[in-house]
Design a binder for this molecule. Sequence first.
Ligand code: ZN
Length: 312
Amino acid sequence: MKKYCFGVDVGGTTVKIGFFNVDGTMLDKWEIVTNTDNGGEAILGDICKSLDDKLAKENIQIDEVKGIGIGLPGPVLSDGTVLQCVNLGWGKLNVEEKLSSMFHGVTVKAGNDANVAALGEAWKGGGKDYDDVVMITLGTGVGGGIIVDGKIVTGHHGAGGEIGHANVDHHETEACNCGNRGCLEQYASATGIVRMAKKELAASGENSVLRDAGEISAKAVLDAFKENDPVAVATMEKVGEQLGGALAIICCVTDPETIVVGGGVSKAGQPLIDCIRKYYREYAFESCKDTPIVIATLGNDAGIYGAARMVL
Ligand code: ZN
């Protein structure tokens, strides 16, 4: 009888592990340190040991385990091959085959971490009970995931859902981390918001709490935005326009039931959503104008939920 599964979310500093029963209830969760020494060669072994320890502690036999889902910080092909995980020190590796061979031949499903988090939010979070969801994650960078018919759109190159690198300004002169110019991430990530605020401060004569703040953070901009600081409002209007416009294009492609906004920037809450929605409604195709835009609800657990979902 298959009664249990694991959802694993591998990050550059910690590996989050969730232990689930097959009806999708999380029974326990914990973290282990990501050991990136020597090209991250110990990471999968450390995960196996942690899972074995859990099974021993709960007195669970391996044939009761349905599988392991694992989210990884890099592009993942549909056969479970990662091309490169810079933060882990990994090159090309078929994680599904490797981890399965290391862990008693159990079924393993691997996906990109942002895509897997989107699946988690579509399953148990902000997009709960929807099969067609677009999630955008506004953190240090901008990530995303596209869920169609309850499944992750991985794409041929593992680049499905890379919403952060959608080109939204064809005249941008500064370069994105990816080498292109004009990616959404350059405007809507935490670092992008700071960049936009600095530009706005330089161009504007308005008083602003940001002007005397010294080093500006995205949180400072968002806090000032909520207090109607004119420079922060002007900044976030531009950010909201880029986000709303990009989401309107994506909705012409997959027409989701809901759009979920996650990541650290989404802590700004409803004022941020309202700002995005204003421009989304302006640019979206008529049929899609009322698509709800909601905030992610699972926080750091989205990845382990989505990982578990891949094997259930
Ligand atoms: Zn880019």
